[in-house]
Design a protein around this ligand. Sequence first.
Ligand SMILES: *[C@@H]1O[C@H](CO)[C@@H](O)[C@H](O)[C@H]1NC(C)=O
Ligand SMILES: *[C@@H]1O[C@H](CO)[C@@H](O)[C@H](O)[C@H]1NC(C)=O
Length: 506
Amino acid sequence: MATNKCKVTLLTLALMLVGMMVDRVASQDYGDALSKCILFFEGQRSGKLPSNQRMNWRKDSALQDGSDVAMDLVGGYFDAGDNVKFNFPMAFSTTMLAWSVIEFGQFMGPELQNALDSIRWGTDYLLKSTNYPGKVTAAVGDPNADHDCWERPEDMDTPRTSYVVNQTHPGSEVSGETAAALAASSLAFQSADKKYSADLINRAKQVFDFADKFRGSYGDSVGSGVCPFYCDYNGYLDELLWAAAWLFKVTNDQTYWNYLEKNIPHLPKRVTRLVDGVLHDGGESFAEFGWDAKYAGINVFVSGMVMNTNKSDPYVPLAEKFVCTLLPDSPSKSVAYSPGGLMFKTGGSNLQHSTALSFLLLAYAQYLKNSKKGTVNCGNVDVPVARLEEMAKGQMDYILGKNPLGMSYMVGFGQKFPHRIHHRGSSLPSMAQQPQHIQCKDGTPYFQTKNPNPNLLTGAIVGGPDEKDQFPDDRTNAPESEPTTYINAPFVGILAYFKANPKPSI
Ligand SMILES: *[C@@H]1O[C@H](CO)[C@@H](O)[C@H](O)[C@H]1NC(C)=O
Ligand SMILES: *[C@@H]1O[C@H](CO)[C@@H](O)[C@H](O)[C@H]1NC(C)=O
């Protein structure tokens, strides 16, 4: 008996040691993934690259942007695998990078500087985009001409048309999200660069006023410059409220709070989603968060400011309803899960939902902890804070390789990752390999080839597997193999948190 007991104890000890080792490896891996997740943004840079550029197969590009409208619009990010600068999703990605730093920057260590640099590459461009009062840039680059070519950004010779909204042709969603990005970034830079932080908040206020006073959707104003690619299918009121919430957080000016309170009842109750070119009902709005729809983000973010106060309604109740839609065993669950455990919503680029919704779960968990509120009530199920963190961690681990295919969906991370991503720069020979110009259609063979991409877009997270956890690693399948800035941006915060806290808090 005694011997057996001893054996059992030794075995337990051995298992514990293995467990600790696995944990240690995992937490180091999260650090590696964090570095790469931020590095990805260097690969998406447009404009004149700085001397400290680390993703160095990329070179300068689009150096005349804005010249058609007598503006300097050089810089910013290409949104995905093409060479267009779409300001609406770019601003959202910038907001999420900033929120990542605000909430989880304390865990980033040496990566904090890189994260701030990734924000600044966005905000420097957003400042240029809003440099003239009464105008906000909505996009640069004719998207149809661009998509018709498979060209390196450095070679790009399609029309670099600038699409700008103004007082007679407004765009409250692109202007609202730009204001939110500037305000959130102002907070992210508050201790690192006071002067820059002040410039950002001043501009944010001005852009918000323009967005609110001159109301309209940019789809009606600049049309094919942004639609159907980044049409605002869900109206612009959410962006106005999102911006007001960020402005209130940074300035503590009651005007923004009153604006939020007055308008929050008018948010649409349901969302619309484009699936295979057709608009579908996308469910209840409080459960949605992404570049187009800010609803769940507003409720979670504002909850962080008003939890346990008499101003918590409707933000906290709606944030909790949102959390309950994600919980697999909640009576009000509404999101689908793949057999391997990945959150799944229709419409392509699915990992954007997994990263953005997980970010909200994790942020909400921190707000609950700060307010000493230990659980969320989902009907007859009480959900502890640790469970929210476990859910976010589950999505993160899935993306990093804990999935039925055993592959990571982040380029350059782990042993097995996507090699045929839908990305022009990554799939064409680099400028160093082939300095001669590659024309629009001369790139087609590089699009069609089954060969792996020659240039590693390190850190890029692709659209991801289908609802059955399958992933063909096929460049021509854009919904699954294309990376986007708004998949990576919320992931930065998630990785930072779990790098420092590999075990969810109890
Ligand atoms: C306002 O914007 C529209 C759409 O971009 C453009 O056609 C129009 O010329 C602009 N008006 C002014 C005064 O700049
Ligand atoms: C809400 O709380 C604040 C501060 O605790 C208090 O001053 C105010 O009177 C309360 N308002 C209502 C309507 O209860």
